[in-house]
Design a protein around this ligand. Structure first.
Ligand SMILES: Cc1cc2nc3c(=O)[nH]c(=O)nc-3n(C[C@H](O)[C@H](O)[C@H](O)COP(=O)(O)O)c2cc1C
Length: 204
């Protein structure tokens, strides 16, 4: 064997163990240790980035700051949702979430590369950073969930975060220790073979 099978097994286990676990299954009263948060962010910071623009920005809400976030989400949802789409139950559920997780991170994408790096690539880099964080969280048994309510894309929300025009908020990342007796879910995926096209060599 020319590759390290233990490393392969280890990373495979971590990748397949990662799951989205919603705030309702988190214990909001249990602290996520600052030292662990630091490692989560440091691992996020090691994501690949075209042109080394490192476009990921993390706006962290804990304790009472989560209430500000929740109130702001309600306000912006009210202000920006067309009357025929407005749903009181949806707004209530969405604004409850920040209070159910110990840590909520608004995922920012800051445009730094100008026109040189396409925006799509900056978004992709941020997604890689979030995945690093999610894998790290799952590896230690920390529940995490990426949520993307449309109001995060509004100018109101971006400026409330203190970000600039052209920047984006790509979602909220909720984290917390699972509630007692929580059963870690299993993955459901269709076969990867259906998503691969093998282009044979020397076909032409
Ligand atoms: C960019 C992105 C946005 C997502 N937004 C939402 C969302 O708004 N609501 C939701 O229920 N799940 C959201 N998810 C989580 C998916 O529902 C979840 O990844 C999927 O169900 C597969 O489950 P798993 O992550 O446990 O493998 C999002 C995932 C990604 C990558």
């Amino acid at each position: 064997m020319i590759y390290d099978t233990e490393s392969l097994q280890s990373i495979t286990n971590h990748i397949r163990h990662r799951r989205s676990i919603k705030p309702m299954d988190m214990d909001a009263t249990r602290l996520v240790e600052p030292a662990l948060l630091e490692i989560l962010f440091e691992n996020a910071n090691h994501a690949p980035t075209h042109g080394l623009t490192e476009p990921w920005r993390f706006h962290v809400f804990q304790g009472e700051a989560r209430r500000d976030l929740s109130n702001t989400m309600q306000r912006i949802y009210r202000e920006t949702t067309p009357a025929n789409e407005f749903r009181e139950d949806k707004m209530r559920k969405m604004s409850e979430n920040p209070l159910l997780a110990a840590v909520v991170i608004a995922i920012g994408m800051e445009r730094r590369g100008g026109a040189k790096i396409p925006e799509m690539e900056e978004i992709e880099a941020v997604a890689c950073a979030v995945q690093n964080m999610h894998l790290t969280a799952s590896a230690v048994g920390l529940a995490a969930y990426w949520s993307t309510p449309p109001l995060l894309a509004t100018g109101e929300f971006i400026s409330w975060l203190g970000m600039r025009e052209g920047d984006r908020c790509l979602g909220l990342f909720y984290m917390g220790w699972p509630k007692e007796n929580f059963v870690w879910p299993k993955a459901h995926r269709t076969p990867v073979g259906e998503k691969i096209t093998w282009h044979e060599e020397n076909k032409s």
